[in-house]
Design a protein around this ligand. Structure first.
Ligand SMILES: Cc1cc2nc3c(=O)[nH]c(=O)nc-3n(C[C@H](O)[C@H](O)[C@H](O)COP(=O)(O)OP(=O)(O)OC[C@H]3O[C@@H](n4cnc5c(N)ncnc54)[C@H](O)[C@@H]3O)c2cc1C
Length: 417
């Protein structure tokens, strides 16, 4: 694998850019592997990379039904942060944020990691108290959080509608180390690094069934033929319930649609990432100038990668309530992705009742920022058979045991998390 460097870019620029090669091998499936990862999104690719790099596992394949980066890893709104309340989540996301900070150096890949900060606004005294409690929990975990009052906000974000009669803005919780990462570059970076370590990346290969013998995984049925496998890791995000059904499992997961929106390109006007505390609206500005924003789930179960118009109006109304100026910008494009929503809004990374079959999913609308840590801890689980300490609470049986990690306090109501 040739390394990227400023010198190399200069040399290629002077010689007609003829020296660049594909970033990863588009492999054909072999008859059998030691480990097969199903799903070539961020989590599947990161897992394969760490299996090869950290745990020295050989003969690994990632099988992807479409193309690398075609799922949610290339559809999200690129926000990364570690600002959770509950220890089980915050420990894990704090690890992930630290891994983002060295992602580009470790993979020698430009993913435009931008720690521009993330602000969550509050609008009442009760919400302020809850945010301060959350901020303290974040700081206990080793991550950063600062309370900003209205005067501090007005200096940095003068364009908010502070005195909006219904949702007056009183202050916010600011995490300077949060920010954005170019989403599809994450998929490409992991694919390149995994491929360079011998991982077969098999695209256009849909898993259609499992070969389970005596309670143990023996292989997969795919649209490109049968593949033998000693161990199998599932990372199919919004398709989790469908794929695990093929292995005879009924997951505590529902799939829902979430939409993203991008405006026409504008001069820099929005610093950081902003979350509206009175509605589910959040926004940042891409390096190309487009306003990138999103809001609530569409609110009905679906496996379709597209949303409906009522939510477009709802999200845009949220944006207008926060900063009326964005009503002047024209919407350029929008798309939908399929969210694997668990009953407590937290992920699952665990073994399954089938020996050798491991599951990673339930990422809801927050799994992009989890990608590096998810790959590391899932690789650890598959390689060693024991949970990584940073993900020890993300057990599948917690719903039966009553040990939920209910971050949003919404109970078993996936569309509300
Ligand atoms: C609009 C939107 C905005 C979001 N915003 C954010 C955000 O700002 N921050 C954040 O942290 N998270 C965000 N998310 C969530 C985040 O994108 C996901 O939680 C995360 O990307 C899921 O993990 P993944 O990358 O592995 O998924 P995916 O990229 O979806 O990977 C799963 C792969 O499995 C493949 N697959 C499915 N079935 C099969 C099969 N039978 N055989 C083979 N392959 C199969 C799919 O084709 C897919 O490529 C957002 C999501 C959406 C849709």
């Amino acid at each position: 694998m040739k390394r990227f460097s400023g010198l190399r870019i200069l040399a290629e620029g002077l010689t007609g850019n003829a020296g660049w090669r594909p970033h990863w091998r588009d492999a054909a499936p072999a008859e059998a592997y030691d480990i097969v990862i199903v799903g070539g999104g961020g989590h599947g690719l990161a897992t394969a990379y760490h299996l090869a790099e950290t745990y020295g596992e050989a003969r690994i394949a990632v099988v992807e039904k479409g193309w690398i980066g075609g799922g949610n890893v290339g559809r999200n709104t690129t926000v990364v942060r570690a600002n959770y309340l509950l220890p089980a989540n915050q420990r894990f996301y704090a690890l992930s944020l630290r891994m983002w900070e060295r992602f580009e150096q470790e993979l020698n890949y430009n993913a435009m990691v931008s720690q521009r900060g993330i602000l969550n606004l509050y609008h009442s005294d009760g919400q302020r108290d809850a945010y301060i409690r959350r901020g303290n929990a974040i700081r206990f975990s080793g991550a950063d959080a600062e309370h900003l009052d209205r005067a501090a906000l007005e200096r940095m974000w003068p364009f908010f509608d502070y005195d909006n009669a219904r949702f007056p803005i009183r202050g916010g919780l600011w995490q300077p180390r949060g920010g954005t990462v170019r989403h599809d570059a994450v998929a490409w970076g992991y694919a390149r690094a995994a491929s360079a370590r011998g991982v077969d990346i098999v695209q256009n290969c849909e898993v259609t069934g499992f070969d389970i013998q005596g309670g143990r995984i023996a292989g997969l049925r795919t649209s490109r033929g049968a593949i033998g496998a000693g161990r199998v890791g599932i990372c199919v995000a919004g398709h989790s319930s469908r794929v695990m059904e093929m292995a005879g499992m009924n997951l505590p997961v529902e799939s829902h649609v979430l939409q993203a929106f991008v405006s026409e390109g504008l001069k820099p006007c929005i610093p950081g990432v902003i979350g509206f505390g009175a509605g589910h609206f959040y926004i940042s500005q891409s390096d190309k100038g487009g306003l990138v924003f999103g809001g609530d789930l569409d609110g009905y179960n679906s496996y379709a990668q597209r949303g409906n118009l009522p939510m477009v109006e709802h999200v845009c109304a949220g944006g207008m309530a926060l900063m009326p100026m964005i009503g002047r910008a024209r919407l350029l494009r929008m798309w939908g992705g399929v969210m694997d929503m668990t009953m407590d809004g937290s992920p699952i990374i665990d073994r399954t009742p089938v020996e050798g079959l491991f599951f990673n999913g339930g990422w809801c609308y927050g799994g992009f920022k989890a990608t590096p840590a998810s790959g590391l801890v899932f690789a650890h689980l598959i390689a060693t058979g024991t949970p990584h300490e940073a993900a020890a609470d993300f057990r599948l049986d917690r719903f039966a045991r009553g040990h939920l990690i209910d971050e949003a306090g919404s109970g078993p109501q996936p569309n509300l998390h």
